[in-house]
Design a protein. Structure first.
Length: 207
């Protein structure tokens, strides 16, 4: 979908540039933007490597596991029956921990492992509530250390790239509470649709 959107933007810019007689400006902007993209990528690579290394240190030292253990009692009520499975909750806790530290790249493979285990525990296809909860937590995750955003700000010359942390904490906390509350309210508002989804899932499982 994003490929179509970007292709449409590019086509629109070329059409507008041709109609207005400014194709030279469009060509210059494309060249400049490509150069800036490469420069930005190279400038944030070092900081991203540093924080990825820090995540590995936290993992091997047991600190990440300790944080995950502290999170499990908080996460269990959100995942219902799936919370009884130890492997599933360990994967979910590790994923949330990686997101807390702002390491979205490190959180992705852990999140895929957690989703796979939650599907196994749910015993059905479709969209189990536990998997949907995991997706919402990933989409609107609380970040204690916004390392990726700070890396981009540092590459653009920000003197204090981490001064956005209070704003990030507040915004991410509110977003997580909002999506969890919305999910619970929608489930109660449309119980018939939830039952139909469960029936469809059971049909898929019997095929």
């Amino acid at each position: 979908m994003l490929s179509w959107i970007w292709a449409a933007f590019l086509a629109l810019s070329l059409v507008c540039g041709g109609l207005l007689g400014r194709l030279d400006a469009v060509t210059a902007a494309v060249t400049e933007g490509a150069g800036q993209a490469v420069t930005l990528l190279l400038s944030i690579t070092g900081l991203m490597c540093f924080w990825s290394g820090m995540m590995e240190v936290l993992s091997r030292s047991g600190i990440a596991a300790g944080i995950a253990a502290l999170l499990r009692p908080v996460l269990r009520p959100l995942f219902g029956e799936a919370a009884r499975d130890r492997q599933a909750m360990e994967a979910v806790s590790a994923n949330v921990t990686a997101n807390l530290l702002g390491l979205s790249n490190a959180a992705t493979p852990i999140g895929l492992r957690a989703a796979d285990r939650l599907y196994t525990v749910s015993g059905r296809r479709g969209a189990p509530d536990a998997v949907l909860t995991l997706v919402t937590l990933n989409s609107a995750s609380i970040q204690l250390i916004p390392s990726t955003v700070a890396a981009v700000r540092a590459s653009l010359g920000a003197e204090a790239p981490f001064d956005i942390m209070p704003a990030v904490w507040g915004a991410s906390a509110v977003s997580v509470l909002a999506v969890i509350l919305a999910g619970r309210l929608l489930r109660r508002a449309f119980p018939d649709e939830s039952r139909e989804m469960a029936k469809d899932d059971r049909k898929w499982q019997n095929l």
